[in-house]
Design a protein around this ligand. Sequence first.
Ligand code: GUN
Ligand code: ZN
Length: 425
Amino acid sequence: MRQLIRGRTLSFHADPAEVENAFTYHEDGAVITENGKIAAIGDYASLRDPALPEIDHRPHLILPGFIDTHIHFPQVQVIASWGAQLLDWLNTYTFPEESRFAQQGHAPLMAEKFLDLLLSHGTTTVVAFCSVHPQSAEALFQAAEARDMAMVAGKVMMDRNAPEAVLDTPQQGYDDSKRLIETWHGRGRLRYAITPRFAITSTPEQMEMTGQLVREHPDCHIQTHLSENKDEIAFTLSLYPQARDYLDIYETYGLLSDKLLLGHSIHLEPREIARMAETGSRAVFCPTSNLFLGSGLFDEAGLRAAGVVSGIATDVGGGTSYSMLQTLNEGYKILQLRGQKLHPYAAFHWVTRGNALALGMADRIGTLDPGSDADLVVLDSRATPAMALRMDRAETLAEELFILQILGDDRAIAQTYVAGKPMLG
Ligand code: GUN
Ligand code: ZN
C-alpha cells in the first residue's frame, strides 16, 4: 500500500547541539509511505502523484514518532501516587501494584491500555520494563505485535528486597528471560531487553546469571537503574561492599556496553562517568520522575562533555506524564536549574533521532529518511486556546517548537502513524 501524507515535515540528520544545519524542513512537504516504510520525502510539488491516495495534514507538522527510552508498563496504575521518595515509593505503591500482574487476564488488559496511551501521546516506540511475571512481557509483546509497533521490552529480574509476589530466583529469572528472548527477540519489530531491575533487588547470584544471559545474547539491550536517589545509592553500596561505586556492580557482572541503558544516572562519581563514556553505556534522563520523586537534577552538559550518550524518557509511573512533550518541558526546567539550556531543536532531536541513536536503532526509526519505518507523529501547534494565542506571536520554527515543548501534550497530537497506518480516531 502506497500513500502520500502531506504537511510540514521536520526530520533531523545530526544533533543540533553539535552542528548548525542539523535538520531538513519542508514547509509544503510530503512523505510517501509504502508497505510500512518511508519511500520518499520532499516538497509536495515534487512528490505529488495523481495515482496516490493523499492524506492532508496541513498546517500541522509531521515528525518521526516519539521514542521513550525508559518506561514501566506495570505502573499505569501507579502514576500519581502521593508523598514518597524512591525506596518508600517502590515499597508502598509499586511492588504491590506490580504483584497484580500475576493475575490471569490483568497483563493483557493493561497492555492494550498502555499502548493506547502511548499512541495518543505520539509515542511509537518504547523501551519498557515489565513486571517479574513472564506473562507481563508476553502480553506486552503480543499487543505490540498486533499493532506492528517497534518495541524493546523485558521482564524484570528481582530476587530480594521486595515482597515474595514480585520475586523470582536466579535460575527462574534466567530461564524465563531466555524463553522470552527465544520467542520474541527479533520477531517482526520486537526486541528483548535483559532487565535486572537494579542492584538492590538482585543478589550477586542473580547478577552473575544476568551476565551469563548478556554473554549468550550480545545483541539484546540491557536496561536497569543507576544512581537515582541518595538513599538508594547508600543501600546499594552496603549490599555490594566490594564495589568501588554503583556502576562497578554492573561492570563486575559484564553488563557495560553500548547496549546498556542506565535509567536516571543522576548522582555519578567521576569514575562512573568515565567508564560510561569508555564503554558506550547510555544514561537515560527521566525529568518528570526525577522531579516527582525528588531524586535530583540530571547533568546533561556534564555527561555530553565527558562523551556519554544520553536518552530521554518518561519513566512512568515514577514519571508523571506519557507525553514526550511534557517530558521535554520538565527537562528544560531541570536544565535551567543546572544553568544549562535545552534548545527546541535539540529537544525535538532528542525525542526522535537522539533516542534512536541511544538505542542503536537510528537506521530504522527516529528520522524520516527513506528506508526507515513509517512511524510518524503529526503535531498541532494550536491545539489549545493558550497555544493558539501564543502561536499568533511566533515567527520562527524554533519558536513554534518551543511552544509545543512547553505547552504541548496529548492534545497536540493530531495523528500517530505506526508502519504507515494511522492509529488514532
Ligand atoms: N528503581 C528500581 N525500580 C524502579 C522503578 O520502578 N522506578 C524508578 N523510578 N526507579 C526504580
Ligand atoms: Zn524506571
